[in-house]
Design a protein around this ligand. Structure first.
Ligand code: GDP
Length: 332
């Protein structure tokens, strides 16, 4: 069985590969464009590049950050990024934005959102890919994450808006999932789906400068709500913090909490276990997608599909029988 790192990159991508490993931002951006491409020849080159890159990836902390538009994600990520650069880190910011795939527009906007951070050579900011399904966008972001790690970024932030399945996708590719909230004490809690709260390793109420008492109250309510849920980790009770991204207040405590999280989950083995689990889940997602595409491309299926779907719609065939027949055809 071929091992990772043994497959050579395409000759035309050698400079790209070397530039990437040297931490060159331009080469990194080009490599991400290659993996996002829908062209078949690009996909083959991208796969070789990713195989070659993988042994150099993995040495970062992957942080997922989710919150509704306006909660302060870009303000927070910019403040946090600049703080971490000051501590000697290199930061990459990636995005999974379901709106960009649905309308071609983006809730998360582009990199001008984090103007100060984007000017720093220690930072790399990449907007969400703007085509494909959410699954496709998430897969590209996952690959971009590996490329950023190989380029030497040691903290990768993947941000998303609180819409649909995107939180699950981001939690499934990061080590620590942070839920950013507004301190509208009380009624807001009901709006957060239980399933999303259970993904959180840490909940942060931003804009605490506006009404500190309301922020404290919201945090207390969130603590009690979380205590009734099934936590994401058996070794970690998700803390609830308040901060002000605008005033850069609470960033130190936030980062201390993240470091404590890493140490705690590292000591129990859960940190590595999560990554192993995520890698396997990703493999199965790719298998599902591959089977689906194989099914739709099979000529025998294409010729039968219309009649069979019409038969199911007209009630002449049961869905189960139709599915069985089509699967048999695609396999044969
Ligand atoms: P995003 O859509 O989640 O990325 O939110 P933004 O970072 O663009 O912030 C939305 C608005 O909230 C902007 O006008 C920010 O200046 C403001 N904002 C962000 N963080 C804070 C904060 O901590 N306190 C206050 N008062 N305003 C904030």
């Amino acid at each position: 069985m071929p091992e990772l790192g043994q497959s050579a990159v395409d000759a035309q991508d050698l400079a790209l590969f070397e530039g990437l490993l040297a931490g060159n931002r331009r080469e990194l951006a080009k490599a991400i464009t290659l993996v996002e491409s829908t062209r078949r020849d690009h996909a083959l080159r991208a796969q070789k590049l990713l195989d070659a890159v993988l042994p150099h990836a993995g040495r970062s902390l992957r942080l997922g950050i989710s919150g509704v538009p306006g909660v302060g994600k870009s303000t927070f990520i910019e403040a946090l990024g600049l703080y971490l650069i000051g501590r000697g880190h290199r930061i990459a910011v990636l995005a999974v934005d379901p709106s960009s795939t649905l309308h071609g527009g983006s809730i998360l906007g582009d990199k001008t959102r984090m103007e100060l951070l984007s000017q720093r050579t220690e930072a790399f900011i990449r907007p969400s890919p703007s085509s494909g399904s959410l699954g496709g966008v998430a897969a590209h972001t996952r690959e971009a994450l590996l490329l950023c790690e190989a380029a030497g970024y040691d903290i990768i932030i993947v941000e998303t808006v609180g819409v649909g399945q995107s939180e699950t996708a981001v939690a499934g590719m990061t080590d620590c999932f942070v839920l950013l909230q507004l301190p509208n004490a009380g009624d807001d809690l009901q709006a957060i789906k239980k399933g999303i709260m259970e993904l959180a390793d840490l909940v942060v109420f931003n804009k605490a400068d506006i009404d500190p008492a309301a922020a404290q109250l919201a945090a207390a309510q969130m603590r009690s709500a979380l205590s009734m849920l099934h936590p994401a980790s058996p070794n970690w009770k998700p803390p609830v913090l308040t901060l002000s991204a605008m005033r850069k207040d609470g960033l130190v405590e936030f980062w201390q909490t993240i470091e404590k999280f890493r140490t705690t989950l590292g000591a129990s083995g859960e940190f590595e276990a999560r990554r192993r689990h995520q890698a396997l889940a990703w493999m199965w997602q790719l298998i599902d997608a591959g089977l689906r595409s194989h099914f739709h491309q099979a000529p025998a299926v294409m010729s039968e599909l219309q009649d069979t779907t019409a038969a199911v719609e007209a009630g002449r065939m049961t869905p189960a029988e139709a599915a069985r027949r089509l699967l048999d055809i695609s396999a044969g």
